[in-house]
Ligand binder design. Structure first.
Ligand SMILES: [Zn+2]
Ligand SMILES: [Zn+2]
Length: 670
């Protein structure tokens, strides 16, 4: 024990420290600035408390607010503890359960004291104030190791039945860590894996805000008691919090459900949970997008197919979906209806069918028709495939998360030697499409093998390396493209590339994906005849560019805030009259605009022009042509563009039509 510990630092230097010393001691030895800035430590890669002693020689990296991802996670977790302590200080008898960090903050689930109803938004200001008090008290967060029975007894003694139940499900022989906030007996304590900051005073008391309260079942099960979940958003400093609040406000303004209503695009109702009623305006948008995608696919050598909605359960068994995916599938009995009787009767021995949750197996069945030669590969099979997945009602969100959706799906069957080139071509295609659709920034990520997976290590090595090489060959494995590898995040049968769009207010959306699959061709016995005359397995690439039409249109709505480029706008031009004398002229203008291929309509109502202008700008019509007596006499139109502060511009009708029809061309046809 007399020997010193060797602690190596990221710059390559090694410090000798006595046994029992901590990362905080190393920080202090380096300098007071670092001692103050250090939030936590990475020890041999693992994030740990600053005051947890080294257990031996170690590689140490001190975490400061510059390591934003780690710092945010730590801070948010601390805030969750402080929220729970504050709630218990103010509302004795409240039981604590779980409180994790989230993408923008934290939440904590509480069981309110008996007789007290659920928490409400009205409770939040007082809780926030109590949290600030806990922060100001600068209490240390201290890690302790307990054994399971001790933890259980502690919680039972304190009336914490949920925690006492939970701790018994942790592995029996593993030490359990408890985090104390403060020192004395009266201080707050929670079962927690950690790590945490050294003390509550490390948090910026102006960098958080409690946002809302909702109900949540204990452990997510609706047979269990209902808890109150209090959400907060938390950041490293006030500036970050303010920026986030502005983003939230901006996001609320852009909410696709609100804009969908204002523009009369679609609606949802409980009679068809998670399936969208597309109105005429919304479906124009859909058709424009679909026609654009179809032109892209045709030009890129895809062949479009259409496959059945309902397939026999035996087929889903073969593809492996029946076993792994059944709970997400809508199952339908294959029964001849009993016409004698009103009620539908299922005899009990009817075969089962299921609505397809994905198109892949059906595409393999098409591939298997006839015999394929190596010369015919690659085969790029596309389908705007309508699928159903049984998502719980609570998980549904507008048109972003639905139960019936249409993927821009395709499967590419390739020989191994064609894989890299095909993935490169996909990356180029996708780059063009995203830019055409108004997204200049997107990130590419490679999701690597998960722990539980099918297939040999060789297969994984090869697939991962091929995807990596393909992206490198297109020159997009750079910081500009947010290139990153994500260990453990691949599908169970294959690694995948993910494409994440950045929208106008800086949010990211994963939409595109391409994954290599050797498992399904094997399961469904798909093969081609090679140059050697033998049977070979093709590699199957599952890929999508938009993901689903529903979600992508939702993203488009929020990205553009409903102010679509002219080619996508459902209603492109409204010709509005100032006086009824101009009615005939307005009708003639509309007819000419329509003849030029523009979606134009007249507003001849006997309303004030300012009223008409307001109404059409709320409905986000990009072009409003105002016509009165003078315009009718001179053959002109006064053009007002949506969102432009410029005064209206008077133009000759022919000139206006020429300009607008050029502008209304989809980007690929310009
Ligand atoms: Zn914790
Ligand atoms: Zn697929």
């Amino acid at each position: 024990m007399s020997e010193m510990l060797k602690i190596s630092l990221p710059d390559g230097s090694v410090r000798e420290m006595p046994h029992g010393s901590t990362p905080a001691d190393v920080a202090a030895a380096i300098g007071p600035g670092l001692a103050k800035a250090a939030l936590a430590a990475r020890i041999d890669g693992e994030l740990r408390d600053l005051n947890r002693p080294f257990e031996g020689d170690a590689k140490l990296a001190l975490v400061t607010s510059r390591d934003e991802k780690d710092a945010l996670e730590l801070v948010r977790h601390d805030f969750a503890h402080i929220l729970a302590e504050a709630v218990q200080n103010l509302f004795p008898g409240t039981q604590i359960t779980f409180g994790p960090a989230t993408d923008d903050g934290f939440y904590y689930d509480f069981a309110p004291a008996p007789g007290r109803g659920p928490f409400t938004d009205d409770d939040l200001p007082a809780i926030e104030e109590e949290m600030r008090r806990v922060i100001a008290a600068d209490k240390p967060l201290v890690r302790e190791v307990w054994d399971r029975e001790q933890v259980r007894q502690f919680f039972l003694d304190h009336g914490e039945n949920f925690k006492a139940e939970w701790v018994m499900e942790l592995p029996k022989d593993e030490p359990i860590t408890m985090y104390k906030t403060g020192h004395g007996e009266a201080d707050w304590i929670d079962l927690c894996r950690g790590p945490h900051l050294a003390s509550t005073g490390k948090l910026d008391p102006r960098a958080f805000k409690l946002t809302r309260v909702s109900g949540a079942y204990w452990r997510g099960d609706q047979n269990n008691p209902m808890l109150s979940r209090i959400y907060g958003t938390a950041w490293l400093n006030k500036k970050q919090l303010d920026e986030h609040l502005v983003r939230l406000e901006e996001a609320a303004k852009r909410d696709h459900r609100k804009i969908g209503q204002e523009m009369d695009l679609f609606h949802l109702q409980a009679e068809a949970h998670g399936s969208v009623f597309w109105h005429a305006n919304g479906f124009i948008l859909w058709r424009q997008l679909e026609a654009y995608m179809r032109r892209q696919l045709d030009a890129a050598g895809y062949k479009e197919v259409k496959t059945p909605q309902l397939m026999d359960a035996r087929q889903w068994e073969k593809s492996g979906h029946w076993g792994k995916y059944r709970e997400n599938m809508f199952v339908v009995p294959d029964e001849i209806p009993n016409v004698e009787d009103d009620a539908p009767v299922v005899s009990g021995n009817a075969d089962m069918m299921a609505l397809k949750p994905m198109n892949c197996p059906a595409h393999v069945l098409i591939f298997k028709q006839g015999i394929t030669s190596y010369k015919e590969l690659p085969i790029r099979m596309a389908e705007f495939g309508c699928c159903h997945r049984n998502e719980p009602h609570g998980a549904l969100h507008g048109i972003m998360r639905v139960r019936q959706f249409t993927q821009d799906d395709a499967h590419i069957f390739v020989r191994e030697d064609q894989l890299i080139e095909e993935v490169m071509a996909f990356c180029d295609l996708l780059d063009r499409i995203y830019k055409d659709l108004g997204f200049d920034n997107y990130a590419i990520k490679l999701a690597l093998r998960p722990d539980k997976r099918f297939g040999s290590d060789e297969m994984w090595d090869w697939s991962e390396q091929s995807l990596r090489d393909a992206v490198a060959a297109t020159g997009r494995n750079t910081e500009e493209f947010g290139w990153e590898e994500l260990p453990g995040e691949g599908a169970f049968y294959a690694p995948k590339l993910e494409f994440h769009l950045t929208d106008a207010i800086g949010r990211t959306w994963q939409v595109g994906t391409i994954q290599t699959d050797t498992v399904l061709p094997e399961r469904l016995d798909a093969y081609y005849i090679g140059e050697d005359g033998e049977k070979h397995r093709p590699v199957m690439l599952h890929r999508a560019i938009l993901g689903t039409f529903e979600r992508f249109i939702g993203i488009l709505i929020e990205h553009h805030a409903g102010k679509f480029p002219l080619w996508l706008a459902p209603r492109q031009v409204v010709v509005a009259t100032i006086v009824s004398d101009a009615d005939n002229y307005a009708r003639a203008v509309v007819a000419q605009l329509q003849a030029a291929g523009l979606r134009a309509e007249a507003d001849l109502r006997n309303e004030k022009i300012n009223y008409k202008v307001r109404e059409h700008s709320l409905a986000k019509v990009p072009l409003l042509l105002v016509v009165g007596k003078r315009e009718a006499e001179e053959g002109t139109v006064a053009v007002r563009r949506l969102g432009s502060d410029e005064h209206q511009k008077v133009m000759g009708l022919d000139e206006a039509i020429g300009l607008f029809s050029a502008e209304a061309l989809p980007p690929d046809l310009r």
